[in-house]
Design a protein around this ligand. Structure first.
Ligand code: C2E
Ligand code: CA
Ligand code: CA
Ligand code: CA
Length: 278
């Protein structure tokens, strides 16, 4: 009744959760369609453990919902995935992050690197390589300043196709990070087969690094990375004890609340001018 080719679903038996979800989905559609003004890219520093210097940033998406306040990516990224909205949204994050990194390189940090997350749907999008290439050209960011963060399960989902996409991305000159390393259905052989540059040790390991078994696993990950010529980033470092243990084990890079939470661009820029992570 509300118009041609339009459905409004109402079913009183619908659970409150499903209802809320449908609401959120509609809001997400609206927000993405509206030009994305409700979205912001935040930046979390990647820190060199040895010196405390800022090596780069990871771009992390935030959604400021007009009524709900800030909705976290863990809530809306899966929804954006299912609806396909992530392709459009992800392209904007990439463009914004590359533009920002290029600006910061000119102002303060010539070698600065920026990490951008790619979800499964984005990775499977046939236009991905063309889009990334266009964004690099448009923003003027040197390709080797861009790190695309991809989880191992995304890569392993369709290994032959993934290998082709990764090779095409690498041909653009950018870098690839395996995100959440150690949590997927790992076949370690892909590390050798696929052209990856960074391993990001998942937060769940860093969390429990005081446990000697976990420490042994982290140590093995770091050694494995070194043997394969990959650089290592530990995620979710919250405590000084974790930081010093990681440094002792030879971990080169880290991110976490100990150094900084993800920050709006202005605050990240302020941090960058000081060069050192707090
Ligand atoms: P991720 O890529 O593994 O990002 C790391 C997450 O850990 C971020 O959560 C970050 O805020 C959080 N984090 C960083 N340091 C600490 C710490 O010391 N302790 C704890 N407890 N957490 C820490 P966030 O920003 O909520 O993002 C969650 C996930 O959403 C990301 O996980 C990523 O998979 C996805 N995501 C975020 N932004 C984007 C995006 O632009 N595109 C896509 N495709 N996915 C995104
Ligand atoms: Ca990531
Ligand atoms: Ca991660
Ligand atoms: Ca994650």
């Amino acid at each position: 009744r509300s118009g041609k080719a339009k459905y409004e679903i109402f079913d009183p038996s619908m659970g409150a959760e499903a209802h809320a979800r449908l609401g959120l989905e509609n809001d997400l559609r609206r927000a993405v369609g509206n030009g994305g003004a409700e979205f912001r890219v935040f930046y979390q520093p990647k820190v060199l453990l040895e010196t405390g210097e800022i090596f780069g940033f990871e771009a992390l998406l935030r959604w400021r919902h007009p009524e709900r306040g800030v909705v976290g990516p863990d809530e809306f990224i899966p929804l954006a995935e299912e609806t396909g909205l992530i392709v459009d949204l992800g392209r904007r994050v990439l463009r914004e992050a590359c533009r920002q990194a290029k600006t910061w390189q000119g102002e303060a940090a010539p070698g600065l690197v920026v990490g951008v997350n790619l979800s499964a749907r984005q990775f499977q999008d046939p236009n991905l390589v063309g889009d990334v290439s266009a964004v690099l050209a448009e923003t003027g960011l040197a390709p080797d300043s861009l790190v695309l963060e991809i989880t191992e399960s995304v890569v392993m989902d369709d290994a032959p196709v993934a290998a082709g996409t990764l090779a095409a991305l690498k041909d653009l000159g950018l870098r690839i990070a395996v995100d959440d390393f150690g949590t997927g259905y790992s076949s370690l052989s892909y590390l050798k087969r696929f052209p990856v540059d960074y391993l990001k040790i998942d937060r769940s390991f860093v969390d429990r690094i005081e446990d000697s078994d976990v420490e042994a696993i982290v140590s093995a990950m770091i050694d494995l990375a070194a043997a394969l010529g990959l650089r290592v980033i530990a995620e979710g470092v919250e405590e000084e004890g974790q930081r010093s243990r990681l440094e002792t084990l030879g971990c080169e890079l880290a991110q976490g609340f100990l150094f900084s939470k993800p920050l709006p661009a202005l605050d990240a820029a302020r941090l960058l001018r000081m060069r050192l992570a707090p």
